[in-house]
Design a protein around this ligand. Structure first.
Ligand code: SF4
Ligand code: F3S
Ligand code: FES
Length: 232
């Protein structure tokens, strides 16, 4: 079948304003949006810029706005979408070119919450043990692939990009609820700042956007509670 794509194009080196590129591509019923974008790039206009790597919903590099919702282009079937398929870069990040955005501020916020195990205690002879119940406390937030779909769909983030954003909070949650971790004090300090969890207004766009099905808003609520009642 043939499908129409409208892709928001912008090359800051040449263009004063973004503009819409219109393309018609031949696709199979099993093709995903990423296949359609590749058809455009490989057969119609090789200047189209996009990021992707795994093509299987694992690396998180191809999050973009597809028909108005943040999605991974490699996970959305073209046949499930209304045409024309409108594709734009994620909102709230600086566009480097077309669908490629500057992720550095996003990763700076991620690094700020120390997304790794903090524990200076002498290591045991075997591994640091943990019960299945303790492991279950942070199971959901281990699934994050750092795609940015949550942060860039959050109106609080659009209003103030100082907000640390749901993705960084999810990363903090993953370690704060890990019984082996000892970095709670430093992480909670970051989350308690003006740019931290209190900027979340429980809008739920993040949860809706997450391609991994993580209960992002719930994780944020658990951290607000931990800060209020000092339960960590
Ligand atoms: Fe992407 Fe979900 Fe992780 Fe946010 S929480 S970065 S939407 S995988
Ligand atoms: Fe934003 Fe999600 Fe909170 S959309 S306001 S981080 S619930
Ligand atoms: Fe890796 Fe889509 S290309 S998640």
């Amino acid at each position: 079948m043939r499908v129409q794509f409208r892709v928001k194009r912008f090359n800051p080196e040449h263009d004063k304003q973004p503009y819409w590129g219109e393309y018609e591509v031949e696709v199979e019923s099993t093709d995903r949006v990423l296949d359609g974008l590749h058809s455009i790039k490989w057969y119609i206009d090789d200047t189209l810029a996009l990021r992707c790597s795994c093509a299987h919903g694992i690396c998180g590099s191809d999050a973009m706005l597809i028909n108005g919702r943040n999605r991974l282009a490699c996970k959305v079937l073209i046949k499930d979408l209304k045409a024309p398929i409108v594709v734009e870069s994620m909102r709230g990040f600086r566009v480097l070119k077309d669908l490629v955005v500057d992720m550095e501020p996003f990763f700076a916020k991620y690094r700020a919450v120390k997304p790794y195990l903090v524990n200076d205690e002498p290591p045991p002879l075997t591994e640091r043990l943990q019960t299945p119940e303790d492991r279950a406390r942070y199971d959901d937030t281990t699934k994050c692939i750092l795609c940015g779909a949550c942060t860039t769909s959050c109106p609080s983030y659009w209003a103030n990009s100082e907000y640390i954003g749901p993705a960084a909070i999810v990363a903090a949650h993953r370690f704060l609820f890990d019984s082996r971790d000892r970095g709670a004090k430093e992480r909670l300090q970051v989350l308690n700042e003006r740019s931290g969890v209190w900027r979340c207004r429980t809008i739920f766009n993040c949860t809706d956007a997450c391609p991994r099905g993580i209960s992002v808003t719930k994780a944020i609520a658990q951290l607000k509670k931990a800060l209020l009642f000092q339960t960590l």
